[in-house]
Design a protein around this ligand. Structure first.
Ligand code: PMT
Length: 410
């Protein structure tokens, strides 16, 4: 138990923290401390460059284990040999992961202790990249990260923001607290371990003809942040997503669909297995009654007007909520005016357990923005989540959902 009686998420788990040489290496100290607070046994290996940024003595004091950096260290090999260390780890977390170390790992080099352990270990592996934004965007770095991900390595971050070098952009190492949450989730811990969450996110596209479609401005950012927040607490998350330009969140199973009908079928195929269903997708409400097989030509329009006959798409959220054996159901409401009243009508009309509504008439929140603000309503309760990044809003919404769901399920 932690102070305050909370359950430790990593009690008895074995984490090998690999530190490579970037300015974010100083955060390794806090990472070790937080991993140990969660009950993990932590051992640290460092590259030669990492020692320019943080001392082995600091990490040794915090981990209460000797820190290793040399492959050929006879004193260390007398204790725990490097192959033994590779087998000891349940997870190897490379944090910070520099562009150079990512490149060496992607190519399978084994030219120092860290890279040798990486190759020699059957453990789960994760990287927390940290570098200058231009280095992160470089085609070679992106190739290396993609090839590591294809090998099953989890990639956590980087975050965008101000950088030590004065640049602004993606390349900041994810905060230690967040990385610890991801380690817990990756090792199957977390307070939502064993909970199956099914979600929808992004827009749908309803074809008019082979080149045109009806859609909306959803970027998927809110839904993807929510899926990541559930996964970080250990839930097993399946995300049915319309077309977006976002990478799948780490540890989340993503099912790509295009239309409302495809989204409905993907949801119905999986809904029986889930305890929580969260509909964040901006499903197009209407579709063309008939989809033309060939591109409609302007010359075919009458009197220069083009009349399109529309029919409603299936309401995925209402369909799930109407199932006899239904999960706990959370909907969203995107409104431009009279937000609370319309949201209440949806909560009751669609027989939902909870609804999160946002004002999509504002440019600073809602569709495509990086921030959001939500009013969350349920039978007998409400919570306002003030404007913050979609990541923070997602974490607060997950807290709210879990609090109310657990109190109702007993
Ligand atoms: O993706 P982002 O750019 O980050 O933007 C986030 C968001 C604004 C899209 C998101 O926060 C949001 O509000 N999502 C719901 C959008 C929506 O379609 O709201 P609605 O009020 O039209 O629909 C009500 C609910 O019914 C929603 O949960 C929706 O998923 C669901 N629905 C609607 C129509 C339909 N045919 N099937 C549905 O399941």
């Amino acid at each position: 138990m932690m102070a305050g009686g909370e359950v430790q998420g990593l009690a008895g788990r074995r984490v090998l923290l690999a530190v490579s040489g970037g300015i974010a290496a100083y955060k390794a100290a806090e990472l070790v401390r937080r991993l140990r607070e969660e009950g993990a046994a932590v051992r640290v290996v460092m590259t030669a460059h990492a020692q320019q940024f943080i001392t082995a003595t600091t990490l040794q004091a915090l981990s209460a284990e000797s820190v290793r950096s040399e492959l050929f260290d006879s004193a260390a090999e007398q204790g725990m040999g490097h192959i033994e260390l590779a087998r000891w780890a349940e997870i190897i977390l490379l944090a910070p992961a520099t562009a150079s170390t990512l490149a060496r790992l992607a190519h399978g080099l084994a030219d120092d202790l860290l890279t040798t352990l990486w190759l020699a270990s059957p453990a789960l592996k994760a990287v927390a990249p940290a570098m200058n934004q231009q280095m992160w965007r470089a085609a070679a770095t992106q190739r290396n990260v993609q090839s590591l991900c294809a090998d099953g390595v989890l990639c956590w971050g980087p975050e965008a923001g101000d950088q030590a070098c004065g640049d602004v952009g993606p390349g900041r190492m994810r905060e230690p607290q967040e990385l610890v949450r991801q380690v817990i989730a990756a090792l199957g811990g977390g307070d939502l371990s064993g909970v199956e969450v099914l979600m929808t996110a992004g827009p749908t596209r309803e074809a008019i003809d082979p080149v045109r479609y009806i859609s909306n401005h959803s970027s998927g950012k809110m839904g993807y942040a929510l899926a990541a927040a559930f996964a970080a607490r250990g839930a097993s998350v399946t995300l049915v997503s319309g077309p977006v330009a976002l990478p799948p969140p780490a540890g989340v199973e993503c099912i790509a669909v295009i239309s409302a009908e495809e989204m409905l079928q993907a949801v119905l195929a999986r809904v029986a297995a889930c305890q929580l269903f969260v509909a964040c997708a901006a499903v197009a409400d209407y579709r063309a009654r008939t989809v033309a097989a060939r591109k409609l030509k302007k010359s075919e329009a009458q009197e220069s007007l083009w009349r399109l006959e529309l029919e409603p798409t299936p309401d995925i959220l209402a369909t799930v909520a109407a199932q006899p054996q239904r999960p706990w159901v959370v909907g969203f409401a995107a409104e431009t005016h009279d937000v609370e009243n319309y949201a209440l009508a949806k909560l009751q009309g669609k027989r939902l357990d909870m609804i999160a509504c946002n004002d999509v008439s504002r440019a600073d929140i809602g569709f495509a923005a990086d921030d959001n603000a939500l009013l969350v309503l349920w039978q007998g309760g409400r919570r306002e989540l003030a404007r913050a990044s979609k990541k923070q809003i997602a974490e607060q919404l997950v807290d709210t959902i879990v609090d109310v769901w657990r109190s109702r399920e007993g």
